[in-house]
Write a protein that binds this ligand. Structure first.
Ligand code: UDP
Length: 239
């Protein structure tokens, strides 16, 4: 919670969408380079940083099922989409001279290390940025749930959820001009009101394990470092 700020070790969830920038699909080069630069700033400030990246800019399981695919098959495609994003992010970070490792929940050993918890923590202790690919490795889950799970496993101080919106609102700010942003929120309230923090599986996992979530706007330059340094940006969800 607030008392842990500034954070020492964080799990950053980036949705696939934030890699698109202003484009409609895939990965925008300027956007991923800018994000990589900000991630390196975080690393250089001595904060241990693990990232779980989504795949929605390329493929989501649910859009596969909408066109008649088997859910598990579609979800595996979604996990592979997160792998593509992970490799792109690793590349962007490395090109700017920082150290980074992709760790995958699915075995694709030619391009990513397998997930071994102790090894992942060791990388963090050595100051490397981690990119967790392929979510939890299981269909019927999301990368939000993977973010919650990995945050617990590596004993992160918080989950930072970087989105296109600067926090959680009483209603959709794009549709309702009277929508107000919450500065803080409890898990119970967020779940009961079905506020769009993360999906219910991810949120109840955080609630049951006392893992705070900060929802913030990662598309505005500078917000990431502020959120990580513990400035009151976005919405803090805790007990
Ligand atoms: N996915 C999955 N299991 C996981 C994580 C992800 O099956 O543990 C699949 C699922 O189909 C999902 C897709 O990968 O739709 C992309 O992840 P997500 O939708 O969470 O990405 P985001 O919305 O954050 O970009």
């Amino acid at each position: 919670g607030l008392e842990q700020r500034p954070y020492k070790r964080v799990l950053l969830k980036l949705s696939g969408e934030v890699l698109m920038g202003d484009t409609a699909f895939g990965i925008d080069t300027n956007t991923i380079n800018r994000l990589a630069r900000e991630l390196i700033e975080v690393q250089q400030s001595g904060i241990e940083l693990a990232i779980v990246i989504g795949g929605g800019n390329i493929f989501r399981g649910m859009s596969g099922t909408a066109s008649g695919m088997d859910r598990a098959s579609a979800d595996y495609m979604g996990m592979l989409a997160t792998m593509m994003n992970s490799i792109a992010l690793q590349d962007a970070i490395e090109r700017q001279g920082a150290t980074v490792r992709v760790i995958s929940a699915l075995h694709i050993k030619e391009i990513a290390e397998p997930y071994i918890r102790r090894r992942a923590v060791r990388h963090l202790e050595k100051g490397r940025i981690l990119v967790f690919a392929a979510g939890t490795g299981n269909p019927y889950f999301t990368t939000d749930t993977a973010a919650s799970l990995r945050a617990m496993e590596i004993q992160a101080d918080a989950v930072l959820k970087g989105t296109k919106v600067d926090g959680v609102y009483t209603s959709d700010p794009a549709k309702d001009p009277s929508a107000k942003r919450y500065e803080t929120l409890t898990f119970t309230e967020a779940l009961a009101k079905r506020l769009g923090v993360m999906d219910a599986t991810a949120m109840s996992l955080c609630r049951d394990n006392h893992m705070p979530i900060v929802v913030f706007d990662v598309t505005t330059p500078g917000q990431l470092l502020k959120a990580i340094s513990g400035e009151a940006v976005g919405t803090l969800v805790q007990e």
